[in-house]
Design a protein around this ligand. Structure first.
Ligand code: F6P
Length: 191
Protein backbone atom coordinates (compact mmCIF):
# COMPACT_ATOMS: atom_id res chain seq x y z
CA UNK A 1 0.00 0.00 0.00
CA UNK A 2 1.47 3.35 -1.07
CA UNK A 3 1.66 5.97 1.67
CA UNK A 4 3.00 9.49 1.26
CA UNK A 5 3.43 12.05 4.03
CA UNK A 6 3.46 15.82 3.69
CA UNK A 7 4.05 18.77 5.96
CA UNK A 8 4.59 22.48 5.67
CA UNK A 9 7.73 23.70 7.42
CA UNK A 10 7.35 24.76 11.05
CA UNK A 11 6.37 28.36 11.70
CA UNK A 12 9.09 30.66 10.33
CA UNK A 13 10.16 34.12 11.49
CA UNK A 14 8.43 35.45 8.32
CA UNK A 15 5.17 33.65 9.21
CA UNK A 16 5.25 35.44 12.56
CA UNK A 17 5.38 38.89 10.92
CA UNK A 18 3.20 37.99 7.93
CA UNK A 19 5.85 38.36 5.20
CA UNK A 20 5.67 36.20 2.08
CA UNK A 21 8.51 34.31 0.39
CA UNK A 22 12.06 34.91 1.60
CA UNK A 23 14.37 32.42 3.28
CA UNK A 24 13.70 32.91 6.98
CA UNK A 25 14.69 30.52 9.76
CA UNK A 26 12.19 28.75 12.01
CA UNK A 27 10.67 30.63 14.94
CA UNK A 28 10.94 29.09 18.43
CA UNK A 29 7.45 27.59 17.87
CA UNK A 30 8.55 26.26 14.49
CA UNK A 31 11.52 24.55 16.14
CA UNK A 32 9.13 22.89 18.62
CA UNK A 33 7.14 21.56 15.66
CA UNK A 34 10.31 20.19 14.05
CA UNK A 35 10.98 18.21 17.24
CA UNK A 36 7.39 16.97 17.50
CA UNK A 37 7.41 15.97 13.81
CA UNK A 38 10.65 14.01 14.23
CA UNK A 39 9.28 12.19 17.29
CA UNK A 40 5.99 11.39 15.57
CA UNK A 41 7.68 10.14 12.40
CA UNK A 42 10.35 8.10 14.22
CA UNK A 43 7.60 6.38 16.26
CA UNK A 44 5.91 5.23 13.02
CA UNK A 45 9.03 3.17 12.11
CA UNK A 46 8.31 3.50 8.40
CA UNK A 47 10.43 1.12 6.32
CA UNK A 48 12.68 2.90 3.81
CA UNK A 49 11.52 6.35 4.88
CA UNK A 50 13.01 9.29 2.96
CA UNK A 51 12.61 13.02 3.57
CA UNK A 52 12.36 15.42 0.65
CA UNK A 53 12.48 19.14 1.43
CA UNK A 54 12.84 22.36 -0.53
CA UNK A 55 16.22 24.09 -0.61
CA UNK A 56 15.07 26.79 1.84
CA UNK A 57 16.20 26.95 5.48
CA UNK A 58 12.74 26.59 6.96
CA UNK A 59 12.01 23.20 5.39
CA UNK A 60 15.55 21.86 5.91
CA UNK A 61 15.42 22.88 9.58
CA UNK A 62 12.01 21.21 9.94
CA UNK A 63 13.34 17.89 8.64
CA UNK A 64 16.80 18.04 10.19
CA UNK A 65 15.92 15.96 13.28
CA UNK A 66 14.65 13.00 11.24
CA UNK A 67 17.44 10.43 10.88
CA UNK A 68 16.82 9.15 7.35
CA UNK A 69 18.18 10.00 3.87
CA UNK A 70 17.22 13.55 2.85
CA UNK A 71 16.99 15.30 -0.52
CA UNK A 72 16.65 19.07 -0.93
CA UNK A 73 14.84 19.88 -4.19
CA UNK A 74 14.47 23.29 -5.89
CA UNK A 75 11.17 22.11 -7.35
CA UNK A 76 9.74 22.13 -3.81
CA UNK A 77 10.71 25.77 -3.12
CA UNK A 78 7.82 28.13 -2.33
CA UNK A 79 6.04 30.08 -5.10
CA UNK A 80 8.45 32.86 -6.13
CA UNK A 81 6.73 36.19 -5.67
CA UNK A 82 9.36 38.18 -7.64
CA UNK A 83 9.18 41.91 -6.88
CA UNK A 84 6.77 41.14 -4.05
CA UNK A 85 9.15 38.85 -2.13
CA UNK A 86 9.43 39.60 1.59
CA UNK A 87 6.42 41.93 1.68
CA UNK A 88 3.33 41.54 3.86
CA UNK A 89 -0.14 41.41 2.27
CA UNK A 90 -0.66 44.95 3.70
CA UNK A 91 2.55 46.11 1.93
CA UNK A 92 1.15 44.56 -1.25
CA UNK A 93 -2.10 46.47 -0.80
CA UNK A 94 -0.11 49.74 -0.40
CA UNK A 95 2.59 49.22 -3.03
CA UNK A 96 0.94 46.91 -5.60
CA UNK A 97 -2.84 47.37 -5.23
CA UNK A 98 -3.51 46.56 -8.91
CA UNK A 99 -1.45 43.39 -8.70
CA UNK A 100 -3.31 42.28 -5.59
CA UNK A 101 -6.66 42.89 -7.29
CA UNK A 102 -5.55 40.89 -10.34
CA UNK A 103 -4.43 38.09 -8.04
CA UNK A 104 -7.71 38.05 -6.12
CA UNK A 105 -9.53 37.84 -9.41
CA UNK A 106 -7.58 34.92 -10.89
CA UNK A 107 -5.31 33.44 -8.28
CA UNK A 108 -4.47 30.27 -10.24
CA UNK A 109 -3.16 32.05 -13.35
CA UNK A 110 -1.88 35.23 -11.70
CA UNK A 111 1.90 35.59 -12.10
CA UNK A 112 3.78 37.91 -9.71
CA UNK A 113 5.94 40.56 -11.50
CA UNK A 114 9.24 38.75 -12.23
CA UNK A 115 7.80 35.82 -10.28
CA UNK A 116 5.60 32.75 -10.60
CA UNK A 117 1.94 31.76 -10.78
CA UNK A 118 0.34 28.62 -9.31
CA UNK A 119 0.30 27.26 -12.88
CA UNK A 120 4.08 27.85 -13.10
CA UNK A 121 4.54 26.01 -9.80
CA UNK A 122 2.45 23.07 -11.03
CA UNK A 123 4.58 22.89 -14.20
CA UNK A 124 7.89 22.83 -12.33
CA UNK A 125 6.52 20.19 -9.93
CA UNK A 126 5.75 17.64 -12.66
CA UNK A 127 9.07 15.72 -12.39
CA UNK A 128 8.76 15.49 -8.59
CA UNK A 129 5.10 14.40 -8.76
CA UNK A 130 5.95 11.73 -11.31
CA UNK A 131 8.71 10.45 -9.02
CA UNK A 132 6.51 10.60 -5.91
CA UNK A 133 3.88 8.48 -7.63
CA UNK A 134 6.43 5.63 -7.78
CA UNK A 135 7.55 5.97 -4.14
CA UNK A 136 6.19 5.01 -0.75
CA UNK A 137 7.08 6.34 2.69
CA UNK A 138 8.40 9.68 1.52
CA UNK A 139 7.85 12.67 3.82
CA UNK A 140 7.77 15.83 1.71
CA UNK A 141 8.39 19.01 3.70
CA UNK A 142 7.50 22.05 1.62
CA UNK A 143 5.46 25.24 1.57
CA UNK A 144 1.85 26.40 1.49
CA UNK A 145 1.45 27.10 -2.25
CA UNK A 146 3.56 24.11 -3.34
CA UNK A 147 1.67 21.69 -1.09
CA UNK A 148 -1.63 23.04 -2.41
CA UNK A 149 -0.43 22.08 -5.90
CA UNK A 150 0.83 18.67 -4.74
CA UNK A 151 -2.37 17.81 -2.84
CA UNK A 152 -4.51 19.17 -5.66
CA UNK A 153 -2.70 16.81 -8.02
CA UNK A 154 -3.10 13.69 -5.88
CA UNK A 155 -6.66 14.48 -4.79
CA UNK A 156 -7.70 15.59 -8.31
CA UNK A 157 -8.97 18.95 -7.08
CA UNK A 158 -10.45 21.20 -9.81
CA UNK A 159 -7.57 23.48 -10.83
CA UNK A 160 -9.24 26.77 -9.91
CA UNK A 161 -9.76 25.52 -6.34
CA UNK A 162 -6.10 24.56 -5.84
CA UNK A 163 -4.86 28.03 -4.67
CA UNK A 164 -7.42 27.90 -1.82
CA UNK A 165 -6.79 24.39 -0.44
CA UNK A 166 -6.45 24.56 3.35
CA UNK A 167 -2.94 23.44 4.34
CA UNK A 168 -2.42 24.50 7.95
CA UNK A 169 0.93 24.77 9.73
CA UNK A 170 2.02 22.09 12.21
CA UNK A 171 -0.11 19.39 10.62
CA UNK A 172 1.05 16.08 9.13
CA UNK A 173 -0.89 14.98 6.06
CA UNK A 174 -0.94 11.32 5.05
CA UNK A 175 -2.11 10.15 1.63
CA UNK A 176 -2.84 6.46 1.14
CA UNK A 177 -3.58 4.99 -2.27
CA UNK A 178 -6.87 3.07 -2.19
CA UNK A 179 -7.62 1.58 -5.58
CA UNK A 180 -7.27 4.46 -8.01
CA UNK A 181 -7.67 7.36 -5.61
CA UNK A 182 -5.91 8.74 -2.57
CA UNK A 183 -7.38 8.92 0.90
CA UNK A 184 -6.24 11.85 3.06
CA UNK A 185 -5.75 11.85 6.84
CA UNK A 186 -4.32 14.68 8.91
CA UNK A 187 -2.68 14.82 12.33
CA UNK A 188 -2.50 18.25 13.96
CA UNK A 189 0.43 18.60 16.35
CA UNK A 190 -0.54 20.38 19.57
CA UNK A 191 1.88 23.32 19.13
O1 F6P B 1 2.65 33.11 3.87
C1 F6P B 1 3.32 31.90 3.71
C2 F6P B 1 3.43 31.57 2.24
O2 F6P B 1 4.05 30.30 2.12
C3 F6P B 1 4.20 32.59 1.39
O3 F6P B 1 5.59 32.41 1.37
C4 F6P B 1 3.56 32.40 0.03
O4 F6P B 1 3.75 33.47 -0.84
C5 F6P B 1 2.12 32.19 0.42
O5 F6P B 1 2.13 31.48 1.64
C6 F6P B 1 1.30 31.43 -0.58
O6 F6P B 1 -0.07 31.52 -0.24
P1 F6P B 1 -1.05 32.47 -1.06
O7 F6P B 1 -0.92 31.97 -2.47
O8 F6P B 1 -2.39 32.22 -0.46
O9 F6P B 1 -0.57 33.89 -0.92
Amino acid sequence: QQTLYFSRHGESEFNVIGKIGGDARLSPRGRLYAKALANHIHALNLPGLQVWTSTLYRTKETGAGINVPQQHLHELDEIWSGECESLTYEDLQDQFPKELALRDNEKLKYRYPQGESYIDVMARLVPVLTQLECETNVLTISHQAVLRCVLGYFLETPHDEIPYIHVPLHTIIKLTLRGHSYNMETVKMPI
